[in-house]
Write a protein that binds this ligand. Structure first.
Ligand SMILES: [Zn+2]
Length: 222
């Protein structure tokens, strides 16, 4: 039996750190050919939002004008075999260095070329609190290790993977220049009973947009 595990945070428009405004409107105000009877609940939503919100996925177009966007990204890179790295022992604000990363990789049984690498920093439950921004971060050398291991997508249960205050966005560049998309704010990693599983993260295909909230789902054999 395959079980689905939802690795996405719920976006509650009433309580978001960034703009996600939903205006409920009558369906007849969008499509003038439909009839909406007096008092009838027949709605659509007019949404104004920032693209990096909730559990979201970043495309190469975020930092490269010629990079793939949500519409042109290769879907093969957004699904497949995933490995979970347990990095929960790294203290808040501290760097994840190659030796620390190697320990986690060894505990997980290694990274195979083409893996999706999911990093559990233990921060899913801190989402929405002041502590969330104090998560550990990856050194450029650690990111390089993952890239060189053949990782095809990366996910982290934190606001990002970047070196704090990096003006060159060195870690984002290292990933996105290799067409390795990045999922930020992945959630519920402690619900995964195994450290190898299949994962899917397909955003809607919007041309000329670099990021979007995404429903990340793990498939686990029971
Ligand atoms: Zn982002």
């Amino acid at each position: 039996m395959r079980k689905l595990i939802d690795l996405s945070h719920v976006i509650d428009p009433k309580n978001t750190p960034r703009k996600f405004h939903v205006e409920t409107i009558g369906a007849d105000s969008v499509n003038h050919n439909v009839v909406r009877l007096e008092g009838q609940w027949y709605i659509m939503s007019d949404i104004t939002m920032v693209s990096h919100i909730g559990t979201h996925i970043e495309m190469p177009y975020h930092l490269f004008p010629d990079g793939a966007d949500l519409a042109t990204v290769d879907l093969n890179t957004l699904c497949g075999s995933a490995v979970l790295l347990n990095l929960k022992d790294v203290p808040a604000g501290q760097p994840i260095t190659p030796p620390l990363l190697q320990e986690a990789i060894d505990r997980a049984g290694g990274i195979r070329p083409g893996d999706i690498v999911v990093c559990n920093l233990g921060y899913s439950d801190k989402y929405g609190t002041d502590d969330y921004s104090k998560s550990p971060y990856f050194t450029p050398e650690a990111i390089r290790m993952l890239v060189d291991a053949g990782m095809k997508m990366m996910a982290v249960d934190a606001g990002g993977v970047e070196v704090p205050r990096s003006e060159t966005h060195v870690n984002h560049i290292a990933l996105l220049e290799k067409n390795i998309c990045l999922i930020e704010n992945i959630a519920h990693l402690d619900d995964l009973p195994v450290n190898r599983f299949d994962l899917c993260a397909f955003p809607i295909p919007v041309a000329g947009v670099e990021s979007f909230p995404v429903r990340v789902v793990a498939f686990v054999e029971e």
